[in-house]
Design a protein around this ligand. Structure first.
Ligand code: GLY
Length: 299
């Protein structure tokens, strides 16, 4: 079976002086996951590894570098899905875990699908995952953004949300199994306890060996309303991945004025992505290509 991997580092108005960091970040994530897949690793392992790289990279709104919520704290969401079994593991509103995607993988090994807050952090401790000082996730860029938001009486989340966003990865392994992994610090200045699309199966992510896989990025309140990721996977019955991604995002824009993007991978290893934001950071590699394709596409 030909292998394939696609990653993204968010869809937003990435400024010119951050393009290189985004491209380098998605390239490193892609290469990390690709080496695992090439060596016969599973799609789940490859997607988790790729997302961990982006959680550790302060360029992205995931793990270290996450947005701060309205009270100046980091609260992160993450998930993984196995397209072979439809098993899901997800966490939401965690603040003391450096790699939430790995904690989501631990949830997948329990009887549950989604664990939040203190319960999720207790699970991390029980699983032997290191807990971190939440302040170690806060970078100066986000502290400055938060400070500026507190001084802006007109700050409004929907209109201001052009900021960093969710990271995600999809893979197809040698055994023909698909997987999805996703991680985010959510939206800037969000209410404490606010949960976005990323840990919600069908909204932020989906993977089914019988059809394909999708990871969404963008304004979660729009993505959740149209259950974007499952919708994009269902569209694969009628469209190739590029057009499934395009139709899903265009419908979200038309129906709920949603902003974002998505990556799509079908069961045969074809890749697509689309965004209605100014830019999207992406990378993909399919076995038929000599080299990875990485960029920050503009529209
Ligand atoms: N798409 C990430 C969020 O809205 O939380």
């Amino acid at each position: 079976m030909p292998i394939a991997l696609v990653v993204h580092g968010g869809a937003w108005a990435i400024p010119a002086d951050e393009l290189t960091a985004h491209e380098q970040g998605v390239r490193t994530a892609l290469m990390t996951g690709w080496q695992l897949l090439k060596a016969g690793g599973t799609a789940l392992d490859a997607t988790e590894a790729a997302v961990r790289v982006m959680e550790d990279d302060p360029t992205f709104d995931a793990g270290v570098g996450s947005f701060l919520n309205a009270v100046g704290k980091v609260e992160m969401d993450a998930a993984v899905m196995d397209g072979r079994t439809l098993d899901v593991g997800a966490v939401a509103a965690v603040g003391r875990v450096r790699n939430p995607v790995t904690l989501a993988r631990h949830v997948m090994a329990t009887e549950h699908v989604l664990v939040v807050g203190e319960g999720a952090e207790a699970l991390a401790e029980a699983a032997g995952l290191p807990l971190c000082d939440p302040m170690s996730l806060v970078v100066p860029r986000e502290r400055m953004r938060w400070d500026a938001q507190q001084l802006d009486p007109h700050f409004k989340l929907e209109t201001s949300f052009r900021g960093h966003d969710t990271v995600g990865a999809l893979a197809l392994d040698r055994d023909g199994n698909l997987a999805a992994a996703i991680s985010t610090g959510g939206t800037p200045n969000k209410l404490p306890g606010r949960v976005g699309d990323s840990p919600l199966v069908g909204s932020g992510f989906y993977a089914d060996n019988l059809a394909g896989a999708c990871c969404a990025t963008g304004w979660g309140e729009g993505i959740m309303r149209v259950v974007l990721a499952k919708h994009a996977v269902d569209l694969l019955a009628h469209y190739d991945p590029a057009n499934a991604a395009r139709v899903a995002i265009e419908q979200m824009g038309a129906r709920v004025n949603g902003l974002g993007g998505c990556i799509v991978l079908d069961y045969s290893g074809r890749v697509g992505f689309f965004h209605n934001t100014p830019r999207m950071a992406f990378g993909y590699w399919c076995e038929e290509f000599d080299a990875p394709r990485v960029g920050t596409t503009a529209r």
